[in-house]
Design a protein around this ligand. Structure first.
Ligand SMILES: Cc1cc2nc3c(=O)[nH]c(=O)nc-3n(C[C@H](O)[C@H](O)[C@H](O)COP(=O)(O)OP(=O)(O)OC[C@H]3O[C@@H](n4cnc5c(N)ncnc54)[C@H](O)[C@@H]3O)c2cc1C
Length: 346
């Protein structure tokens, strides 16, 4: 006999979103075991109501009230499945905190995740937007993903090559939006530590610390220190990290922009295209450190919007729209939100 699902009613999501929005949901279900996933995805409640999958809530802007069911993956087992030809196949439950997972792997001598240290959120969300930092992306280490189909409760493995990974993108955000709930992810890690220090700021930070040949722990610690110097700590200041994606433009657009703005910050994005630093564009529009009502732009990084106390999704929307409009007027560039506005219709 499987245990019945524990369904919470009118449940506060205050502790479940890093923007610290005082949100509530009509129904909330913790998913701990495989039978929880099965029961939830086959349940009438999920079938007949709007449904949202909430991991660590570090990339979402929640509404005051979600009129539907919030499913919260909470399984957090980490298992070494196989060690073969210098690779380690490691499985982690969707509810595992990403930073715990990275630390666990480093402590066990399973390498490849160091540059992704200290990203908030859970393992189950990592494939969704293909989390990335300091020159690495989740796609570099994801082997395959296991999920349940929300339409009929069936299960399937999805190989990394099928996921359509791109910059802060995957099919889970596109054609598969709202279709699958990921319950575990298998990563392909390395036995041998091979540091990736191609990201300029990371190489510089290591040099500043007089580290020529970093250990995995030193690399992860340096990444964490860099992150701490630029990003707000979610336990102190509410935010969703980088709020906007860095826009990617064609080379001719970039050349025109560069002529008009010699200081523009950009990075090659492949195929001759350039990824513009959205933070720079926002800063040029005078938004860095500014406040609009209960929400503002972080003083140390213009890409980050922060809760100044008691903000709601509509406060955040208003500020985001004002920034998008200013960047469009000044540079002719369209900013896109990386953070996801949640409502019962999407
Ligand atoms: C201070 C700060 C710094 C950050 N730095 C970075 C960074 O360096 N790089 C980066 O890429 N991101 C960064 N982020 C954004 C965020 O941490 C990542 O997007 C993270 O992967 C979100 O994980 P989460 O569990 O909090 O997902 P949530 O915010 O809960 O959900 C995000 C999306 O994933 C979906 N989802 C979540 N879990 C599942 C699941 N199990 N199955 C299916 N869908 C699911 C949700 O429905 C939603 O659409 C940062 C955020 C903060 C607050």
């Amino acid at each position: 006999m499987t245990e019945p699902l524990e369904i919470k009613n009118i449940f506060s999501l205050r502790g479940f979103n890093t923007f610290d929005i005082e949100a509530k949901t009509q129904y909330f279900i913790n998913l701990v075991s495989q039978s929880d996933y099965q029961a939830a995805t086959k349940s009438k409640l999920v079938r007949e109501n709007p449904c949202f999958i909430l991991g660590g809530g570090s990339n979402v802007i929640l509404p005051d009230y979600y009129d539907g069911v919030v499913l919260h993956p909470a399984n957090s087992e980490i298992k070494l499945l196989e060690q073969k030809d210098g690779h380690l196949y490691v499985e982690a439950g969707a509810g595992t905190r990403w930073l715990d997972f990275v630390n666990h792997c480093i402590d066990n001598g399973w390498y490849g995740l160091e540059n992704l240290a200290s990203i908030p959120g859970c393992v189950g969300a990592a494939p969704v937007q293909n989390v990335g930092a300091y020159g690495k992306e989740a796609k570099d280490v994801i082997h395959r993903v296991h999920c349940y189909d929300m339409a009929d409760g069936s299960q399937r493995w999805i190989e990394a090559a099928e996921c359509g990974f791109g910059y802060r993108w995957s099919n889970f955000k596109g054609e598969w939006k709202n279709r699958y709930i990921i319950d575990r992810v298998v990563f392909k890690l390395e036995e041998k530590f091979n540091p990736d220090v191609t990201y300029k700021a990371l190489a510089q930070a290591l040099a500043d610390r007089n580290i020529d040949h970093p250990t995995a722990r030193q690399l992860a610690d340096t990444v964490t220190a860099l992150r701490d110097s630029k990003l707000p700590n979610p336990s102190e200041i509410g935010s969703a990290g980088s709020f906007f994606k860095n826009p990617i433009v064609d080379s001719d657009v970039f050349e025109t922009l560069r002529k008009a703005n010699p200081g523009i910050v950009a990075f090659p994005a492949g195929d001759g295209r350039q990824k513009l630093a959205a933070g720079w564009l926002i800063e040029q529009c005078g938004w860095k450190g500014r406040t609009l009502g209960r929400v503002g732009v972080y003083e140390k990084q213009a890409l980050v919007l922060v809760n100044r106390g008691g903000c709601t999704a509509s406060d955040v929307r208003q500020l985001a729209d004002a920034i998008i409009a200013d960047v469009r007027t000044r540079f002719g560039v369209e900013l896109e939100c990386e953070a996801i506005f949640v409502n019962s219709e999407n």
